[in-house]
Design a protein around this ligand. Sequence first.
Ligand code: NAP
Length: 486
Amino acid sequence: MDQHACEILPRAELEPCTIIIFGGSGDLTSRKLIPALLTLFNSGQLPEHFSIIGCSRTRMTDRQYREHLQRSGSAGRSAEELQGWQAFSRHLHYFPLEYNPAGFARLAAHLRRQSGSRQPSANLLFELAVPPRLYPLIGELLGQAGLADQTRGWSRLVVEKPFGHDLATARSLNTTLHQFFQEEQLFRIDHYLAKETIQNLLIFRFANAIFEPIWNRRYIDSVQIMAAEQLGVGTRAGFYEQAGVIRDMFQNHLMQLLVLTAMEPPYCLEAEAVHDEKIKVIRSLRTFSAERGSAIRLGQYSPGIIAGSRVPGYREEAGVAPHSTTPTYARLTTYVDNWRWQGVPFFLVSGKRLPRKQTRITIQFKAVPHSLFSDSLGDGIRANTLTIETYPEEAIRLSFQTKNPSPQLCLRTMEMDFAYHEHYPGPAPDAYGRVLLDCMLGDQLLFWRQDGIEASWAFLEPVLEACADCGGLQQLHFYPAGSEGP
Ligand SMILES: NC(=O)c1ccc[n+]([C@@H]2O[C@H](COP(=O)([O-])OP(=O)(O)OC[C@H]3O[C@@H](n4cnc5c(N)ncnc54)[C@H](OP(=O)(O)O)[C@@H]3O)[C@@H](O)[C@H]2O)c1
């Protein structure tokens, strides 16, 4: 019989608030943020009194803005997902804004007028959906306009990835934002963390007694964390040429998955306690050094076939330099130097234009210590694996050996699996919706804390140096699009 255990204490009440989106005319707003907010609205998860104000330089009226969002946000969405738009769009407004002190003084006056007249209140959630170079400027302009002040209601700032370009820029951005915002006002998003399977990893590890005793170097041979993409660079060449795969995928998503896999149990599920354990893992990562077993393999996709169609190589993509040495694939071998994980390699893999989109953590257990079957089967017994998958399915699978029904001794690998969609029908909760909701609640659990993000950059600095050299060092391996990588 199914048994459910839900939070005994209700989550904090949602207070009225105004969500202000900088870059309100852009791609992230129309494709991710507004649809996520619409879904929250349809399921009754937004506060009774709220408003959303899109801000950017383009001149638009409220009506034009609503039409733009409806047009650009509806592509590929079902009628069910789009229901409720009329009622929802009445909460949508547009405020043309220049990113300078005069523009922000006007914005502050507008918000004061709005909160002074009637609901929504003075609680303000600012979302940075603009190119990252604007993050420090907007942080400062908000502070100077008095909008980081919390005397009349809360003020929170949501910062999208990438948070900095390297350790120095991440530190500098933190310093700038901290001039006006306290740490608890800053929400550094990594929406991977809001996926159900990733949150389930904590439950899986710490609400089941059977895995924790074997979750260590005695029983685990290796851990592989993979985020493969089938897409190429698309329209993001300007960003990607500067970033490459390490900044785009490793610094945030793969690091978070590694940390959740390797961390010790926190003493409670509050954000600070969880962040404290996470930072210990990042600080335990072995400094990248080939002499001490770390390794990196870098690749770049060349022309090939994806889903039956020819696609260009990275160097032929619009906006990419013809001799670019930007890696689009990396496989990093690293180690967590602590008692639990000493000697267990962690393989972090991510690449573009691989055969299929796939995100998974694979725990490879050790082989049996002594095989009873070696006379008849040799050494061919597959060790157990545990796979935690977020794409294409949200699922957990455990492989084990069984005997094939036959007079001969013949082993067969079988899987016990749990797929979210089979047990929880209906659309999976949207990751962006979850993180926006948590910002409104002030819950920091799914966000990066300052020390975590800086430690993550510090670990990756030597890796980035190796990548910067890869052209000259002949370490960049070309792989045809649609292949498994170099
Ligand atoms: N798109 C995604 O799926 C995604 C996913 C994860 C993270 N992010 C991050 O989210 C942020 C926004 O992404 P996006 O794809 O929505 O970006 P975008 O479409 O390139 O830009 C968003 C808006 O920013 C404004 N803008 C552009 N250049 C500007 C400039 N120089 N000065 C002032 N405003 C400027 C533009 O509005 P106006 O011209 O009207 O001012 C534009 O509509 C980025 O930091 C990105 O890295 C995006």
